[in-house]
Write a protein that binds this ligand. Structure first.
Ligand code: IPE
Ligand code: IPE
Ligand code: MG
Length: 257
């Protein structure tokens, strides 16, 4: 059926339905399902990872256009090192080529790149490229894009505990003064606010060692869409769903309204 052009003109897009004053400040995404996406097409997993980089571009651009301040993407976990060697190698190569390719887009869109995770665990080429892009974009201030690479939340918390213990031992901090803010200062995410909205694609409903401390009060959104198929419209749907929720932070609904 042909769409009446008058109605088409007035059709409100998903993007227009989003309330700009109630955006999540910090949105984090567990980008999952690359392997299954490729398998469904009879291709090797690497194709799924490659196609996944296009979804990354969509979401980074979409988030920046909306005015999201912080976007954090789970790209490689500490557990992902246990994948077949060839797949790990492919992922690291893809990281390097994407960084080389996307630096211009980051600059044009005034986006700052940062990373969380164990930088030293990455292959030297990936580390070098990352440091370079982070340095070149360090003064950009429209959105902070954080890549979680060789990231594990338990490792992050363990490291924080060790660092704090050492400061206690050296009389820099006294145990009575350890509070939330001291712990936050010792996490990789020290410069990021708490996560407001956490999205996971591919139908899995688990956290997989991602930002355990930082999602204490995040709204969780799970979608069946496989990561390579994820578009700006899927992003808008997730944000619209988030905006329908009442975040009570332990209070009653009456207190909120
Ligand atoms: C996410 O897709 C990418 C990484 C974890 C690096 P997967 O590779 O986990 O894809 P599935 O879950 O096997 O489909
Ligand atoms: C989580 O995905 C890590 C990333 C998206 C980088 P996985 O596919 O590794 O998660 P599990 O192991 O299936 O939970
Ligand atoms: Mg997976």
């Amino acid at each position: 059926m042909a769409v009446n052009p008058v109605f088409a003109f007035f059709k409100v897009t998903l993007k227009e339905e989003i309330h700009k004053d109630r955006l999540p400040h910090h949105m984090a995404i567990i980008m999952d399902g690359n392997g299954r996406w490729a398998k469904q097409r009879g291709m090797i997993r690497a194709f799924g990872h490659e196609k996944g980089t296009k979804a990354v571009r969509e979401v980074v651009e979409g988030a920046a256009e909306l005015g999201i301040e912080y976007l954090t993407l789970y790209a490689f976990s500490t557990e992902n090192w246990n994948r077949p060697k060839l797949e790990v190698k492919t992922l690291m190569k893809l990281l390097v080529s994407s960084l080389k390719k996307e630096i211009a887009t980051l600059q044009e869109n005034n986006i700052r790149l940062s990373m969380i995770g164990n930088l030293d665990a990455l292959p030297s080429q990936a580390k070098k490229e990352l440091l370079e892009v982070m340095d070149k974009t360090k003064n950009n201030n429209r959105m902070t894009l954080t890549l979680a690479l060789s990231y594990g939340s338990r490792e992050e918390i363990t490291k924080a505990l060790k660092d704090i213990s050492l400061k206690v031992k050296n009389n820099i901090i006294s145990p009575e003064n350890i509070d939330d803010s001291v712990i936050i200062e010792h996490l990789y995410t020290q410069n990021l606010p708490d996560v407001d909205l956490l999205i996971r694609t591919s139908g899995e409903q688990r956290i997989s060692n991602f930002l355990l401390w930082q999602i204490a009060y995040a709204e969780l959104y799970f979608t069946e869409v496989l990561w390579p198929d994820f578009t700006k419209d899927h992003l808008y749907k997730a944000i619209l769903n988030y905006q329908q929720r009442e975040r009570r932070f332990g209070k009653t609904s009456e207190q909120i309204n």
